[in-house]
Design a protein around this ligand. Structure first.
Ligand code: SF4
Length: 460
């Protein structure tokens, strides 16, 4: 069974450390400014020749209010007029990218993230989708996975109706915590009724999937208060749940300086919250997919994992890892073939560059053969918790143990600790090691430097 997890506090204490979430390998920390728009155009040409299917990500950075825990790339403004200037540049980017692709390349996945995508008014949402549809081959049959992030404070039934009409069939709803004390401490006041109304709208309008986001480790949370939030969430029956560990890094994310660190739950309490959450969700029938993610057994992610098809990319766990990912908007990341490229993270720079009819590529990385191998190893472990040496030897023309000789002693140590099983056939992450799969993956990360590690949240 893929959904079995076993809790071992001592093992967690020993192996919990800061580490990447591996939505890519190498991670974005390794990107540098040697990659330019020229590299992206080159990669798009290869994508076009191979007629690879596409996954589009569109970043809409505006938010009307600041959440103090936020680590996203966003622009806080009450000026709704700012969206229009941004949309104009986004449309230019859409044109500049799409003209290098083939109209036969079907868009199998679309995701609007932010920021708050519904900061855009209805006309602007229509305008954006019309632009995407006129330049890319978006599906008309509702068969793609077309999702959008929803802040229930910035959406209502009519918004949901519009989104469904525009072709969206998945929603991801930010909740974090329902406790009013916690909500006040993070400046995100959002009632259970507001959230329930959006979920009811999604169900009535036949959105295929509803995802909710929670965060544990926020100020003023207690084990009991978070358990109440999880209970309320279970009543709402989302298809998927993301339960993130709050990483307090105020020197990197200025909004977090508004959080009083003495109100943060200590690490031992956070561990109890996570343990309680896993017990509650498992008892309610949810499966642990992997890092931070749970899903009902009939959800696509759970089915893909069962069938060995699950993958991971910048959008998290996905069934569309075979697509080239095109990131549009400020700070958006593309993954086209072996190239990662990221747009400027500064909204003015992004807009000014596009105003000059140039793509806003600022940094990136071209994977070499070693990166491709390690990426596949990490993907395999993080999505399926087991790895067959023979399959990798055949696919990459290596002798697995010889290639990774430098880390074999550490793998054996993890076996001795009971985290993994290691034999002549392969590696299997044991149920007790699944929460720590990031630590196993980190052994295969050739780029990870101790100073970089502090930029990541802890494994748990
Ligand atoms: S958490 Fe989301 S809604 Fe809140 S400020 Fe950040 S991007 Fe905006």
């Amino acid at each position: 069974m893929l959904d079995s997890l076993v809790w071992d506090a001592e093992l967690i204490r020993r192996h919990d450390q800061p580490g990447p979430r591996y939505t890519s390998y190498p991670t974005a920390v390794q990107f540098d400014n040697q990659v330019s728009a020229f590299d992206l155009l080159h990669a798009l040409r290869d994508s076009r020749k191979a007629l690879r299917p596409l996954s589009l990500y569109v970043h809409l950075p505006f938010c009307a209010h600041i959440c103090y825990y936020c680590a996203c790339n966003k622009v806080i403004t009450k000026d709704r007029g700012r969206a229009q200037a941004y949309l104009q540049r986004l449309e230019q980017e859409i044109q500049l990218i799409a003209c290098h692709l083939d109209p036969r390349q079907s868009v199998q996945q679309l995701h609007l993230g932010g920021g708050t995508p519904t900061f855009l008014n209805h006309d602007e949402l229509r305008q954006l989708m019309a632009s995407l549809r006129s330049h890319f081959n978006l599906r008309l049959d509702d068969g793609g996975d077309y999702g959008i992030e929803i802040d229930p404070r910035e959406a209502d039934w009519s918004t949901m109706g519009l989104l469904r009409e525009l072709g969206f069939n998945r929603v991801s709803i930010g909740v974090q915590d329902f406790d009013p004390l916690v909500q006040r401490a993070v400046n995100r006041l959002q009632t259970l009724d507001e959230t329930r109304a959006i979920i009811e709208a999604a169900r009535t309008l036949q959105f295929r999937s509803v995802n909710l986001d929670l965060i544990y480790g926020l100020p003023r949370q207690t084990v009991d208060s978070f358990a109440r939030t999880v209970d309320e969430v279970i009543q709402l029956q989302p298809d998927r749940l993301s339960v993130f560990n709050y990483a307090h890094l105020p020197e990197r994310f200025p909004p977090q300086r508004r959080i009083d660190h003495v109100e943060l739950p200590p690490p031992g309490v956070k561990l109890q919250m996570l343990k309680g959450t896993i017990e509650q969700l498992t008892a309610a029938g949810y499966r642990y997919i992997g890092m931070d993610h749970f899903a009902l057994p009939d959800d696509d992610l759970a089915i893909a994992q069962e069938e060995g098809q699950l993958q991971r990319n910048f959008q998290g766990y996905t069934t569309h890892g075979h697509c080239d990912l095109i990131g549009l908007g400020v700070s958006a990341i593309s993954q086209v073939g072996d190239l990662y490229s990221q747009n400027s993270s500064d909204v003015n720079e992004y807009q000014n560059t596009l105003a000059g009819a140039q793509l806003a590529t600022a940094r990136g990385l071209n994977c070499d053969a070693d990166d491709r191998l390690r990426r596949a190893v990490i993907q395999q472990l993080i999505c399926h918790f087991e790895l067959d040496f023979a399959a990798f030897e055949q696919r990459f023309g290596i002798e697995f143990r010889g290639y990774f000789a430098a880390i074999w002693a550490q793998l054996q140590q993890m076996q001795g600790d009971g985290l993994i099983e290691l034999d002549a056939v392969g590696i299997r992450v044991k149920p007790v090691g699944r929460l720590l799969v990031r630590s196993v993956c980190m052994l295969f990360d050739a780029h990870l430097a101790p100073q970089d590690q502090q930029r990541f949240s802890r494994v748990i």
